[in-house]
Design a protein around this ligand. Structure first.
Ligand SMILES: Nc1ncnc2c1ncn2[C@@H]1O[C@H](COP(=O)(O)OP(=O)(O)OP(=O)(O)O)[C@@H](O)[C@H]1O
Ligand SMILES: [Mg+2]
Length: 151
């Protein structure tokens, strides 16, 4: 089942961060109810569309002291604050073995936010948030669609 949480257009990186920060409050509300399970946020969208900017917005509420940058080479960056955020870039991940070697299956009680989930359909949990970002013009326009996917 897919439930639309929010669909909104932004006109700047700051606006995208603000949308993500508001969404982070929803994530915190869910984490309160969780025990050891992870919360998973799957990000989709082309190169340079704003996925990392969106993660920066999430972290600005939950881990405001940490510097968010693309985990392009490290594959995963961890931020610590009110909750632990594991920020993935799945761009170079093509198999379950690749993913396992990053420690993906060992994480507990954290918020996993993953860019390039196009590459890991096999690893999506039963329930997760799906965020699609797309360009709406040649400049700074973006459309952000946030959905909650459940069984
Ligand atoms: N409305 C907007 N929302 C987000 N980013 C924007 C917006 N307008 C312009 N930008 C710019 O688009 C770029 C987005 O870069 P970002 O690294 O977040 O993309 P990405 O989707 O993570 O790319 P990659 O696939 O390489 O990881 C930044 O340079 C940002 O300043
Ligand atoms: Mg990125």
């Amino acid at each position: 089942m897919t439930e639309l949480i929010k669909e909104i257009a932004t006109a700047s990186p700051d606006e995208t961060e603000a949308v993500a920060k508001e969404f982070a409050a929803v994530l915190c509300g869910e984490m309160v109810k969780k025990d050891t399970d992870n919360l998973f946020v799957a990000l989709y969208g082309d190169v340079g569309v704003g996925k990392t900017v969106f993660v920066r917005g999430i972290a600005s509420l939950i881990c405001p002291d940490d510097f968010v940058q693309s985990p392009t080479y490290a594959l995963v960056n961890e931020y610590r604050g009110e909750y632990r955020i594991c920020h993935y870039d799945m761009y170079r991940i093509t198999s379950e073995d690749d993913l396992e070697s990053t420690g993906f299956y060992d994480y507990k009680n954290c918020i996993i936010v993953a860019e390039w989930c196009e590459n890991i359909p096999f690893a999506l949990p039963k329930s997760y948030y799906r965020v699609d970002i797309s360009k709406t013009d040649d400049g700074n326009g973006r459309l952000i669609r946030i959905e909650k996917v459940t069984e």
